[in-house]
Design a protein around this ligand. Structure first.
Ligand code: CTP
Ligand code: ZN
Length: 153
């Protein structure tokens, strides 16, 4: 693959989420709540060669501009992701993800006795630590494989 070829074609308007760790593209889509049912035009490249990351995933969503709040949750699984807002084929804005203090309604607690998983109408909430996340209700800490906690909507 040379610079002259693009595996996933350019978009006209929308958002390009670049520099996603290889294999995390579908988790990224789950976090931003895109599963195709809304009719969005989405392109995904997985394990494409990258100078910086060796292999990376890339996600392109046509006609939707993700907000900073939406993309910050991505920092949990893609801390080096670059968010490119594209208008009329040009990148008009480039955002980096930053770690939010708290994520609400995104991850489900692995503790079956937690009030958020016991069938009560309580939305999940986690404090973001430097090395993981902590359930705001039962204090369970998860450090590995946070992607496995992503709630399916
Ligand atoms: N891109 C796209 N459609 C466009 C413009 C850009 O799909 N109309 C994609 C590019 O293919 C690239 C990303 O958006 O994957 C960022 O574009 P650009 O800033 O032009 O590329 P780089 O300078 O290589 O970005 P970076 O420095 O973030 O690696
Ligand atoms: Zn909990």
């Amino acid at each position: 693959m040379t610079d002259k070829q693009l595996r996933v074609s350019k978009i006209q308007n929308g958002t390009v989420i670049d520099h996603i760790p290889g294999g995390q593209a579908l988790n990224v889509l789950a976090i931003v709540g895109i599963d195709g049912s809304g009719g969005e035009e989405v392109s995904v490249g997985m394990n494409v060669p990258s100078d910086r990351l060796g292999r990376k995933d890339i996600v392109k969503v046509e006609d939707r501009e993700l907000s900073a709040e939406e993309v910050d949750v991505l920092s949990l699984i893609a801390p080096r992701a670059t968010i490119n807002i594209v208008r009329e084929y040009d990148v008009t804005e480039k955002l980096r993800v930053s770690r939010p203090e708290r994520v609400v309604g995104v991850l489900s607690c692995p503790n079956a006795n937690c009030i958020t998983t016991a069938g009560e109408p309580v939305e999940s909430a986690f404090e973001v630590l430097s090395d993981g996340v902590r359930c705001s209700y039962c204090d369970t800490i998860v450090r590995e494989d946070i992607a496995a906690l992503i709630e399916v909507s």
